[in-house]
Write a protein that binds this ligand. Structure first.
Ligand SMILES: [Zn+2]
Length: 366
């Protein structure tokens, strides 16, 4: 396990990624960019364009993408971390590092609910949320950035408590952990939280009419999770599409959970929603990049000047029937990851978890 990939280097770094076959922007308005080269200095993108048009002169690291695709690093909008790279839910070490091998570079905690002996009193739960925020901001397994410290709301909390803590998402659907209770559409609409957390349920979903009504009556983000009801996830997607509000759709795994640790959960959601939801893969990839970043107010998730140089490089999996990587995803296949770069630093090369990518990028000079 490596800690803080970005702290390894000293002095300015200048990274050039050339020969990119497909540049995915993360922006729903313009998901594919006409460019083959990305340049970043000290972890921030400085130019995106055709190689002949950009200044690649002072590169300290040159990466030949070898015709593969480059996308913003994926954001898992709904995780339940506890402490460091350990989850007690499935008693597993190194789960965050495993998600990195699924292209995840940013995680949003929906509450550290699996903490053994989790305090239920107001002082205790606030202390726990602050502890999680502080520890995860100082510890980044494999370079993955974890935004933690979502308070687990209990009776007895008052307005002042929420002012101290930034209130995060609210869960919908049936209980996802024993002791949590059903939250129906009326409660969700009254709370009017920024994100309608796992609208497709944490195992059990709301009735279809309530899901459609939430999509129609609220303007908030629609979070579809891997560990929810897949049919309800597709219903949400179709409703958002009919409303012409795909910019509200974001993706999370809602893991670790009873159904496991899912390093490829976001890639599986992308393939499922693109294939069964009949949407171009480049659009669905925006749900897990630019959409999440915009709704969570993060500066990652987009390929544009000034944004973090945080990328996942992908190609069609070996032996996929798809003609191209996007076509393979639209057929329901997972792509292969060849490299992950976080804040301008190569964090992993060929993924140990995805199917093998047909082509993988190569570090030419460093
Ligand atoms: Zn959850």
């Amino acid at each position: 396990m490596t800690e803080t990939a970005s702290s390894k280097s000293a002095g300015p770094t200048w990274i050039v990624i050339r020969n990119i076959g497909l540049l995915l922007s993360g922006d729903l308005e313009r998901p594919i960019l006409d460019a083959d080269t990305v340049v970043a200095v000290d972890g921030r993108i400085t130019s995106v364009g055709r190689e002949k048009d950009v200044d690649t002169g002072s590169a300290t690291t040159i990466i030949d993408a070898r015709g593969t695709a480059l996308s913003p690093g994926l954001i898992d909008s709904h995780v339940h971390p506890v402490a460091g790279d350990w989850t007690p839910r499935q008693n597993q070490l190194g789960w965050i590092d495993s998600y990195l091998h699924g292209g995840i570079t940013t995680m949003i905690s929906a509450g550290e609910v699996h903490t053994p002996g989790r305090p239920k009193d107001v002082v205790g739960l606030k202390a726990m949320a602050i502890f999680a925020q502080r520890t995860f901001s100082a510890f980044r397994p494999g370079g993955v950035r974890i935004h933690a410290g979502a308070p687990v709301i209990e009776h007895g909390m008052v307005e002042e408590d929420f002012k101290e803590l930034a209130a995060a998402t609210i869960h919908t659907g049936g209980p996802s952990i024993p002791g949590s209770s059903l939250i129906d559409k009326d409660i969700v609409l009254a709370a009017d939280a920024d994100v309608i957390g796992h609208i497709n349920g944490g195992h059990t979903a709301l009735p279809d009419d309530q899901i459609v009504s939430l999509c129609e009556s609220s303007s908030r983000a629609l979070e579809i999770v891997h560990n929810g009801n897949e049919r309800a996830g597709l219903l949400t997607l179709r409703t958002a599409k009919e409303l012409k509000q795909l910019d509200r759709v974001i993706l999370g795994t809602d893991s670790p959970a009873g159904s496991g640790v899912q390093p490829l959960g976001i890639l599986r959601m992308i393939a499922m929603l693109s294939s069964l939801g009949d949407l171009p893969a480049e659009i669905v990839i925006c749900f897990a990049t630019g959409n999440s970043a915009k709704i969570r107010k993060l500066d990652c998730g987009l390929i544009a000047t000034g944004r973090p140089a945080t990328f996942v490089m992908l190609d069609k999996a070996q032996h996929s029937a798809g003609k191209t990587m996007l076509d393979s995803i639209q057929r329901g296949d997972l792509p292969g990851i060849g490299m992950v770069i976080i804040d301008g630093v190569v964090s992993t090369q060929r993924s140990r978890n995805t199917p093998p990518a047909t082509m993988v990028p190569e570090v030419v000079t460093r």
